[in-house]
Each structure stands twice: as structure tokens, then as C-alpha cells.
Design a binder for this molecule. Sequence first.
Ligand SMILES: [Zn+2]
Ligand SMILES: [Zn+2]
Length: 188
Amino acid sequence: MGALSIHLDSVKESPRRFHLVSETGWWEEAREVLPEPEVVLCTPFALNLSGYRLGARLLFRGEVSGAVELLCGRCAEPYTHEFREPLELLLEPALDRGDGSKPGIELDADDASLGRYAGDELDFEPVLRDILVLAWPMQPRCVEGCLGLCPVCGTNQNLAPCSCDASDRSRPLATLGRLLDQSKRNRG
Ligand SMILES: [Zn+2]
Ligand SMILES: [Zn+2]
């Protein structure tokens, strides 16, 4: 069994904790589907779950964690991006269990908190991969409210404020605006 797998028999009627930590091999494969496959892994991704069964239904609740190094979209500095994503999953047995249904967990296409399982091994690999792709930041920020680079001189405003005109700084196209003003004046 893989590091991200739970044996079906270990899910009992009373809740139990499961701590699954991904291995290097998983990361090397999973990173291929991420928006930035070259990203550096800081903390391996892990699932911290509480799980129990209700008859043939399995319920899991917990958190996905891990960290990678990303570049801030404002100041372009590398920073450690921590993932803490909630996970809730209700699994029902696959309908055609035992006759050719693929062993493992298959998530509902419309609702990632629902899925089906087949076989004795619950492999959370596709679950973790899904969560990671969905949680990947579209606009990475080193800190909430990063001040970014000065559009005039390029100085990182988080480290040292520059002496550029504040009104220019707040307008990314300030230089262009000035040029237009000038050309207008020249014509008039
Ligand atoms: Zn930043
Ligand atoms: Zn500046």
C-alpha cells in the first residue's frame, strides 16, 4: 500500500485519526499537473483525517497541509506558501463493486466532497491531487497587503520606500500618461 492509502478494514464505526504523508515519488508525479511544475517543495503534503464508517459509507473530515516556494505576484520575491485546506469526503461503495470497477477512490465530477470506493485499499492520492490543483493560488502573495514594486523605479516597497512621487506610484501607467500630456501640449 502507498503512503497515501488506508486499508478499508481500518475504518471503524468509531472515529479514528489517520495521518497520511506523501512521499517524494508522489510529489514528482503530482507536480506535473500543477500550474507551476517547477515549484520547490518545502513541506511534504499530508492529510490529517478523522474517519469512520456508517454501514458501507465512509466519512472523512480533516485537513490537507504542505508548503511550496512561490514567487509573490506583486514584489516577485520568493516566499513559502503554506497550504491548509479543509477536507470533507463522503464515500459510498462503487455500484459495480467486484466486477471490474477500478480499485481506489473516484471523486464525483461535480462535487469533490462525494466519491465512490472499490476494493480494500483507499488511496487518497487523487483526492490530494484534486485539492492541490483547486487550492493553487492564482495570485500568490508573500504577505497579505504586499506593497509590491514601485512602478516608476522598481524598488521593492516592502523593504525600503523609494522617493518617487506617490501619485505616480499609485498609477501604473503614470509614465505613459505624462507622455500623452506632453504630446497634447506640443500639439496645442
Ligand atoms: Zn510580495
Ligand atoms: Zn520608486
